[in-house]
Structure formats: C-alpha cells, structure tokens
Write a protein that binds this ligand. Structure first.
Ligand SMILES: Cc1cc2nc3c(=O)[nH]c(=O)nc-3n(C[C@H](O)[C@H](O)[C@H](O)COP(=O)(O)OP(=O)(O)OC[C@H]3O[C@@H](n4cnc5c(N)ncnc54)[C@H](O)[C@@H]3O)c2cc1C
Length: 459
C-alpha cells in the first residue's frame, strides 16, 4: 500500500488528473495483452521528463515498485504490476517533437503511438519501418522497451535498428541522455542498446531519437495459397535463397485462416493448409515488379495452387487486414489464447512447424501457427479455456515443449514480444547461468533497490 501522504506528494507534482487511485481506474491498469492481472496501488500520467524524474525520486526514497507502461498491448505480462506500486503510464507524453528532414531523424516522446509517427513522417516522404501489428495501439516507448518487430522487419530490421538516442529516467530519478544524430558513435559502452528490450526494468524511456529512411515508392503484394503447410514452410527459404529480400513474408496456417474467415468474412480459401503473404518494395518500379513475379514463380514451383498479386491499393489493404486480424480473430475459436513468439533458423521452419503441430495433436488442443516466417519468427498460439483446469495444465506443458522445439532447432524463446514474466522460468535454459549472472549485475548496477518493474525478465 502507498500512504496517503505519498499520493498527496504525487498529486502536487502531476496535478489531480495526473494521479488515479479509484478502484475503477486501478482495474483498468491491471492488464496487458495477456490474461495476467494485478492492480497497481496508484496510476500516474506524467506529461514531462521532469515529472517522471520526480516520481522516481519519491519511489526510490519510499522503495515503491514502478511499472512503466505504454498502451499495455504487451504479450509477456511485462507491464502488469504484480507487486502493486506505481503504474507509470507514458500515454500523455505523446508529442512528435521534431522531424529533421535533412538528417532523416524524428525526436519523439515515448508515448507517441507508432502509427501516428509513421503517418507524420510519411507526409514528408520519409519512412519509419518497424511495424508491429499493434502499431495503431502501441507506443514507441513500449516498442523500444520490447524491441518490437513486425512484418517489415525482414527487410528493414527491428525497432532497435532505428533508435539513435534516448532520454531515460534512471531508478533514482536522474536523467540520462544517450546517443545523438551522428550515425557512427563508438564512444564508451552502447547505453542506447542497453535500454532497448529492457522491458522497463532498467529505467523509464521518456524520449527517443529515431532514424528514418526514404519512403519506398513502389510496393507489390502477393497472396499464395498452399494445399500443404510443409510446402509453404519450405517456400519461405526457397524465396530467400533465390536472393530476393521481400519487405515482408508472412505465414498463416489453416486454423488462422478459418478464424479470420469466421470473424471477418474476407473470402479467404478454407481448403488450403497455409497462405503466404509476400510484399516487395523499393524505388525502382520495374525491379519491384520483377521481384514479385519471381516470388510468384517460386511459390508455384514449390506447391502453391494459386498466387494472386494485388491489383490496387484496396486489394493490398484487404490482404493486410486479414493478416492483422489473426490475433484478435482467435477469440472466436476459444475463450483464451497463449501466443508464443519463438524464432528458429530459416532452414528449420518446416521441422519447427511439424513438431508444433505434433504437440497440438498429442495434447488435443489447437495450436494456430502464423507469423513473420521470413525471419524465422513464428507465433504458435495455443487455444484453450482457462476455466478448465485440465486444459490449463496441458497448456503449461505445451509451452515448455514449444520452447524446447525452438532451442533444439537452434532458435530462441522470443523474437519480439520479450520475456516479461511468462518466459522467465525458461531463461536459464535459453541463456545459461553466466549470461544470467551478467544480466543480474547490470540490473543491480542500474537499479540497486529493485524498484524498476521488479520480477520481470530475470528469474
Ligand atoms: C494484436 C496484437 C498484435 C501484436 N503484434 C506485434 C508484432 O507484430 N510485433 C511485436 O513486436 N509485438 C506485437 N505485439 C505486442 C506489443 O504490441 C508490443 O510488445 C509493443 O511494443 C508494446 O507496446 P506498448 O506501448 O503497448 O507497451 P506496454 O505493453 O505498455 O509495455 C510493454 C513493456 O514495455 C515497458 N515499457 C513501456 N513503455 C516504456 C517506457 N516508456 N520506458 C520503459 N519501459 C517501457 C513496460 O514496462 C513493459 O515491460 C502485439 C500485441 C497485440 C495485442
């Protein structure tokens, strides 16, 4: 519990509407994108870095846990405040502070919604590529804290590849600035990278300097239908081995397709085992067209029964609407889903998919497989009813087996969603004890009182 004196102090800093502590408000801040739930003791909504710093000074003095929070779309229970304390929500720090066209950078507050930034820079012919499917609901701060990926990361890289500098409020309230507009910078340890993917455990990111690129002028998008999931998985590597780097290469299996159809009725085929969505882009229209034609040929050679290239922006948008709807559509099939985020080497995708389907058959619970197949990042989602204790105990075993598949095939536990609390028990298996010891020392150095998002990431 936080004393009324401390709540009063927070109100002095943030104003009455910047501090929420009614039971209704606390309930709203008890969730993220998983089924985990725990209420904070208080919610704060700062509007400046200085306010964040003053909140952390108090938290440090009083040893109160602080859980940074963007839009809470995270899929690892990393922004759920299991120890109560302060839910520090960045959504009011949502300004794009500067777009520097000459240096192709954007300086933003951490609470900017990703799609909003993308729209702003695209008005000027620039492009911010990282595109988590949640880009209309998640924040740049959350994307950096999870090192979010997305379909386009195959060609363009993940969020971390676009972060040039950060403003971070440390656990004791001091404000650290890292990086800058200079593209090359090897002075000292790379502190910017240290905070990328740190899931709120090392400090609060309040501002970010992001790299932009020129907006690709031409895009072509194809949908390939595969009667065999195995053929679709093999095709992924066949395309990349041919020297083509599509902007995106996404896989949806038959259960995903059925759920989307049930929810949206988009006219997807229900008699295939998989669909690949492939996009090529660039500034040379002929090259982009040639690449999509080669992709279509390789798909047919590897077992696709039909390949359609979108003829208009509307058709392209419709294809992406299907892909972006996978996750929300799964609710039609079962009340709960547990979405994993494993990565495997490209050559291992067919074997990974086969083994995941075998786990599903063994336990008798559906596992939907979709994801960013082009970079080996698969999202096996187990569908179940959490009210049924038998199903829940199966899910726990299935998750362990899915992680074993990833590790045995030379991959890892998470490509983009992060560890949070859900993957924490498997960290030692994935990283080994020395890596964990080094990570614990970093945490100890930056947050000696363990107030920053305690209990997350490190077992
Ligand atoms: C439908 C759906 C689709 C998704 N698709 C993708 C996808 O394609 N790719 C992908 O990578 N993810 C995806 N996600 C997961 C999620 O959207 C991302 O992890 C996103 O980056 C989280 O951003 P957020 O603002 O919601 O952060 P939150 O969920 O609020 O927080 C996530 C983590 O970041 C920390 N954090 C948040 N803001 C800050 C800050 N300013 N400073 C320090 N720490 C902070 C939190 O403490 C927590 O540990 C999806 C989620 C959903 C629900």
């Amino acid at each position: 519990m936080i004393s009324s004196n401390v709540i009063g102090e927070l109100r002095e800093i943030l104003g009455r509407d910047g501090v929420l502590d009614s039971p209704e408000d606390l309930a709203v801040y008890a969730y993220d994108g998983t089924f985990a739930e725990h209420r904070p003791d208080v919610v704060v909504l700062p509007t400046t870095t200085e306010q964040v710093a003053r909140v952390l000074e108090i938290a440090s003095r009083e040893r109160i846990p602080v859980v940074p929070r963007g839009m809470a779309t995270g899929l690892a229970a990393a922004s759920v405040p299991f120890d109560g304390g302060i839910a520090l929500t960045l959504t009011r720090m949502n300004r794009v502070l500067e777009i520097d066209e000459e240096n192709r950078t954007a300086w933003v507050e951490a609470g900017v919604v990703t799609a909003h930034l993308q729209a702003e820079v695209e008005k000027r012919g620039l492009f911010y590529p990282p595109d988590p499917s949640s880009n209309r609901q998640s924040t740049i701060g959350g994307n950096i804290a999870c090192n979010a990926g997305g379909p386009r990361c195959l060609k363009y890289g993940v969020t971390g590849d676009y972060v040039l500098g950060l403003t971070v409020v440390l656990a004791d309230g001091r404000v650290l600035k890292t990086g800058g507009k200079a593209i090359k910078n090897v002075v000292g340890y790379d502190l910017t990278s240290l905070f990328i993917g740190s899931e709120g455990t090392l400090g609060v990111i309040t501002e970010a300097l992001l790299k932009l690129v020129a907006k690709p002028q031409f895009v072509r998008t194809a949908r390939a239908e595969f009667p065999s999931l195995d053929d679709a998985s093999r095709t992924v590597n066949a395309i990349l081995s041919a020297g083509i780097v599509p902007a995106t290469l996404e896989l949806m299996d038959e259960t995903a397709i059925a759920c989307i159809e049930d929810a949206m009725g988009l006219g997807l085929p229900l008699d295939v085992e998989a669909i690949l969505i492939i996009e090529t882009d660039g500034s040379d229209e002929d090259a982009v067209v040639r690449e999509i034609e080669s992709v279509a040929r390789i798909c047919r050679e590897n077992g696709a029964r039909a390949v359609e290239v979108a003829r208009s922006e509307e058709e392209r948008a419709e294809l992406w609407r299907a892909r972006r709807s996978v996750s929300p559509s799964l609710a039609r099939k079962a009340p709960n889903k547990l979405g994993e985020d494993i990565t495997v080497p490209l050559s291992a995708i067919p074997e990974a998919v086969r083994r995941i389907k075998a786990i599903s058959a063994q336990y008798g619970l559906p596992i939907v497989v979709f994801g960013h197949a082009g970079d080996g990042n698969l999202h096996p989602n187990i569908l179940f009813d959490r009210r049924d204790p038998d199903q829940w105990s199966k899910v726990e075993s299935m998750v362990g087996e899915i992680f074993d598949v990833a590790l045995e095939l030379g991959g890892t536990l998470s490509g983009e969603h992060g560890v949070g609390t859900l993957k924490r028990p498997y960290m030692e298996k994935a990283l080994g004890s020395l890596s964990l010891e080094v990570q614990r020392r970093i945490k100890q150095a930056l947050d000696p009182l363990n107030i920053m998002n305690p209990g997350k990431v490190l077992p």
